[in-house]
Write a new protein. Structure first.
Ligand code: ZN
Length: 277
């Protein structure tokens, strides 16, 4: 059995949304004090703050800034909204560059009043329209395949195979893939597609949490690692075997955990990380 050495948090990253009740500064200081080494910043955490100051704080805490979440939402039947989405993604790239985040995670989007194929085409066009800016800002865009239950509104990219196809066809060092166990754990082709993703150099980020059964809410009832039915260690080993050596990012949206003491939740995250990865 592989796993972490005791107390090895060198690859542990936490998303700011995971401890949403905490103000950004409180989250950053608490993560650093707990020995967490990486942080992924959600754009809402930047609201009303000077990005340069946020960056200084994170650097002074010696936290690695892993990614900015999130861009995307490209598809729409309305061309004005598609163009506004591209503008917003260009802005996200600028924010990531100011923050010192090497990656913007994309929730690619979907429009229920058009076909998935059309939404996928608009996603590809939208990403392509941002690539020049991504390159000059040296910020990579990561396509995150989302579970098929979100296909109508949140993403028309629903399997790692589709994400691999799109990343490979865009064929740019500024495009990669964010793999989230929550979205892909059920996929019979997962191991094969993770290896493919690694071979093509597209594996850019790895998100962890668990899938609870029963699940009370499609969005905000994610489990802590070990609380659900995902074999996280197996997927994590596949990801490592595919050549990925980056952070394992804890991304949990949970109304239930958000109502609890966040200090205790952070301790639970650390224990679950050691036990289940
Ligand atoms: Zn994710």
């Amino acid at each position: 059995m592989t796993g972490n050495n005791q107390h090895d948090y060198s690859r542990l990253c936490i998303h700011t949304i995971t401890t949403r009740p905490w103000a950004f500064e409180k989250a950053a200081v608490s993560f650093a004090k707990a020995g967490v080494r990486g942080i992924s910043v959600w754009r809402d955490a930047l609201q009303g703050r000077e990005i340069a100051e946020v960056r200084r704080l994170l650097e002074s805490l010696q936290l690695d800034i892993v990614s900015l979440c999130r861009g995307g939402f490209f598809p729409s039947t309305d061309p004005k909204r598609r163009s506004a989405a591209i503008d917003d993604n260009l802005k996200a790239i600028d924010e990531a560059a100011s923050l010192g985040a090497p990656l913007v995670v994309l929730v690619c989007g979907s429009a229920p009043d058009q076909s998935l194929a059309e939404s996928r085409k608009q996603i590809k066009d939208g990403i392509a329209a941002c690539l020049g800016h991504a390159k000059s800002a040296k910020v990579r865009l990561a396509i995150e395949p989302l579970h098929p239950m979100y296909a109508a509104e949140r993403s028309a990219i629903n399997t790692l195979e589709q994400a691999n196809d799109m990343a490979e066809s865009l064929n740019s060092p500024w495009v990669g893939i964010a793999l989230d166990v929550y979205h892909v754990w059920w996929d019979p082709d997962l191991e094969k597609e993770i290896m493919r993703c690694g071979r093509s150099g597209n594996l850019a980020a790895f998100h962890i949490c668990d899938w609870k059964s029963p699940m009370l809410d499609m969005l905000n009832d994610r489990g802590l690692m070990g609380e659900g039915c995902i074999n996280i260690r197996q997927i994590s080993n596949w990801v490592d075997n595919a050549g990925f050596s980056g952070f394992r990012e804890v991304e949990i949206f949970s109304t239930s955990y958000w109502q609890q003491d966040q200090e205790k939740f952070l301790e639970k995250i650390k224990l679950a990380y050691l036990e289940h990865i």
